[in-house]
Design a protein around this ligand. Structure first.
Ligand code: A3P
Length: 299
């Protein structure tokens, strides 16, 4: 197996560049390593017992969940000066990851087969985030059309929707990601996973923060959980990334929006046609009908 570069091309001929490895599609990385090497480095990562992982399909609320999780691990509602991407396994070199001081809270969009395998023996805690695929599709479209350099994509929503539904996009199909992880977690009950849902976090952030705190076994007061929920609310976190964390990626966005685009449940209604919504509903019924997971969204 080796890596190749190609374009995902929508019906209108607009393209997103991806690196293909082992049937998986990766966007360009800021580090100069192939996806093959990165996948193998991460699979074989030297894991420490207190490492915590946030796992998600892209645009499911990874930044948000990572911020909450790292605050809980540090038992504070103070912002940490580093941005989440510094801790993303997919785009950080092994040398940098190995050099980080503990406790480390990582994030990743990798599939099980390239997830650090030592976790199976060491029992690390993994927080997995889920979000309505309709909102995920819109959020990924915002990312690929909004960034200047990461994808250079200029497609129309209707063409993007078809491409996204087909799974020929960076990180492949949302359905494949969810189903593959579900299967692997079923076969590896030793993995210690807590599921959080974007929609639930929006509805009851304090309860969700408390749930993560209890999963992590952190002695964090209800008051601190409430402070963390507030500090990680959409407006405050967006402000923190812009002022305090110096959102370097912001310069990479055409209109300076950054990763904190809208932060809402149901923005898909402003984008999807009735027919697109029905097609995704049908796909969801066909593919997730036998799913053992209960999601917090209504399609
Ligand atoms: P939108 O594009 O719908 O606004 P990820 O971190 O996985 O890349 O996900 C990014 C999505 O999460 C974006 O969605 C972003 O606005 C949203 N998001 C980030 N922080 C959030 C918060 N504190 N509350 C709600 N949504 C948040």
């Amino acid at each position: 197996m080796s890596c190749t570069w190609r374009d995902c091309t929508d019906n209108g001929g607009e393209k997103i560049k991806v690196e293909c490895f082992d049937g998986l599609l990766f966007p360009p990385k800021p580090i100069d390593v192939t996806s093959e090497k990165q996948c193998h480095d991460i699979r074989d990562l030297e894991v420490r017992e207190d490492d915590v992982f946030v796992l998600s399909y892209p645009k499911s609320g990874t930044h948000w969940t990572w911020e909450v999780t790292q605050m809980l691990v540090a038992e504070t509602s103070e912002y940490r000066k580093e941005r989440m991407p510094v801790f993303v396994l997919d785009i950080t070199s092994k040398a940098d990851l190995d050099a980080m001081t503990s406790p480390r809270v990582f994030a990743t969009h990798f599939r099980f087969r390239y997830f650090p395998q030592q976790v199976l023996k060491k029992g690390n805690k993994v927080v997995m985030v889920h979000r309505n695929p309709k909102d995920v599709a819109v959020s990924t479209y915002g990312m690929y059309t909004g960034t200047k350099s990461m994808a250079m994509y200029d497609g129309k929503w209707d063409d993007y929707f078809d491409m996204w539904l087909s799974g020929d996009v960076p990180y492949n199909s949302w359905f494949d990601f969810e189903l593959e992880w579900q299967k692997e977690l079923g076969e590896h009950p030793e993995m210690n996973v807590h599921h959080v849902h974007y929609e639930k976090m929006k509805k009851d952030p304090v309860e969700c923060v408390k749930g993560i705190a209890s999963f992590l076994g952190r002695d964090v007061s209800d008051e601190t959980c409430a402070d963390i929920a507030e500090a990680c609310g959409f407006q405050k976190l967006r402000q923190a990334y812009s002022d305090f964390k110096g959102d370097k990626l912001k310069g990479a966005w055409k209109d300076g929006t950054g990763i904190f685009r809208k932060g809402e449940v149901g923005d898909w209604k402003n984008w999807f046609t009735v027919s697109q919504s029905e097609r995704l509903d049908q796909e969801f019924t066909d593919r997730m009908g036998a799913s053992r997971w209960t999601y917090s969204f209504t399609m």
